[in-house]
Design a binder for this molecule. Structure first.
Ligand code: NAD
Ligand code: MG
Length: 372
């Protein structure tokens, strides 16, 4: 392909040693790299109508692609999809009609849904994912005659839909696990084009890299790391005799201001915007928090992801009815910082009136996926 941002296509394993400081840069595709013809003549089955499902279905439809939504008979999302004028049938019927099947039910439900629709996959069909977990960890093993691709928008579904409607795009990832037809990448790119991702840029990756970086990121940094950092900071202040309210403001509430700065301008944007005192204090003290021991722990977390140990644990946990998950979730809700936060967030009621909060946007998403 000639239309790439960089000529180099990575042949090295992700995470493997780089020969120089300059790691291989990922290839990024844009609208002009996609040929919509690869999807315009196909029927796409969108299985699931939650966060991603509703956005993909509506964007594909508005891009002129024939869409059929696959939902269980008892699914509460059926009404929402039908109200948009979409054809709604069972997942099996949808897969039977379609040549591109987009698997957008929750990751934990995908293996069972796949088992039900497998018989409807014909040679040359494309099985399309938005996350690599089940394929990478062997929970779904499609026949060799079928393309297996991934277009994973880097945003929740309501933004994928809203950006599309506003003429903008949402960046996404593209991966090809199996190219059975010789045109799997073209089909995936056309899909990305139709849901609006190619307007913003589609970054080429692999199922392995997407799955492993996604799991590592949410465990070590985004969800697990941040939650523990907040609780540890909060507890340190409260244990030293400071008021829970002050500890909440400093360690949780202000996180948003910092994250907004990081999102807009990266680390330098953040350092530029805080005071010189905050900058000097952070630059000299931050490494004491994330010290060598914390980094070793991160490496161990990554190893659990890479070896599949985490995946096996989570699969077993689901098969057992999620006992640990329920217990941990309840304990987190019971943490003192939650009670303090609930009281203090009422002081910020004015902010909610001014702009829709992430919680309200999530509520909007949850309305569409209420039937889980
Ligand atoms: P979701 O939970 O929002 O929606 C799931 C949908 O599937 C709902 O419509 C639900 O009714 C339906 N469903 C549930 N169980 C089902 C079953 N057994 N049979 C048929 N339908 C069933 O899911 P989501 O967050 O949109 O995730 C879908 C995929 O997209 C996942 O692979 C996820 O990893 C990926 N993804 C999600 C996001 C995100 O921000 N939400 C971002 C990128 C990728
Ligand atoms: Mg993720």
């Amino acid at each position: 392909m000639s239309e790439h941002d960089t000529a180099e296509t990575s042949g090295t394993e992700p995470g493997g040693p780089a020969e120089t400081d300059e790691r291989d840069r990922a290839t990024i595709h844009y609208e002009e790299d996609a040929d919509p013809a690869h999807i315009e003549s196909e029927t796409v089955a969108v299985l699931g109508y939650g966060s991603q499902g509703h956005a993909h279905a509506l964007n594909l439809r508005d891009s002129g692609v024939e869409v059929v939504v696959g939902l269980r008979e008892e699914s509460a999302s059926r009404e929402a999809a039908a109200a948009e004028g979409l054809t709604v049938v069972t997942p099996v019927a949808a897969a039977s009609e379609a040549s591109v099947v987009s698997m957008l039910v929750p990751d934990t439900a995908q293996p069972a849904v796949y088992d039900a629709i497998e018989g409807e996959l014909e040679p040359g069909d494309t099985l399309q994912f938005a996350h690599g977990f089940n394929v990478h960890f062997g929970q779904i093993r499609p026949p060799e005659t079928v393309n297996v691709t991934m277009i994973a928008p880097k945003s929740p579904g309501h933004l994928v839909r809203r950006n599309y409607e506003q003429g903008q795009g949402t960046p996404g990832l593209l991966a090809v696990h199996r190219d059975a037809t010789g045109e799997a990448r073209e089909t995936a790119l056309a899909y990305a084009h139709a849901i609006g991702c190619a307007r913003a840029g589609v970054v080429e990756t692999t199922f392995r890299e997407e799955t492993e970086t996604d799991l590592f990121g949410e465990q070590a940094v985004l969800c697990g790391g941040v939650a523990e950092l907040i609780k540890a900071g909060y507890e340190t202040l409260v244990d030293a005799g400071y008021s829970p309210e002050m500890a909440y403001f400093e360690c949780l509430n202000e996180m948003k201001l910092i994250v907004d700065l990081l999102y807009e301008g990266g680390l330098s944007g953040m350092w530029d915007s805080v005071s010189d005192t905050a900058e000097y204090g952070g630059l000299t003290r931050g490494e004491a928090v994330i010290d060598d021991h914390a980094r070793e722990n991160m490496e161990a977390i990554l190893e659990d992801v890479q070896t599949g140990r985490f995946a096996r644990e989570w699969i077993t946990e689901n098969q057992a009815g999620r006992p640990s998950y329920r217990r941990l979730r309840a304990a987190e809700t019971d943490h003192e910082v939650e009670a303090v936060g609930a009281r203090l967030r009422e002081l910020f009621a004015w902010a909610e009136a001014a702009e829709p909060t992430a919680n309200e946007e999530r509520a909007e998403d949850e309305r569409v996926q209420a039937d889980d």
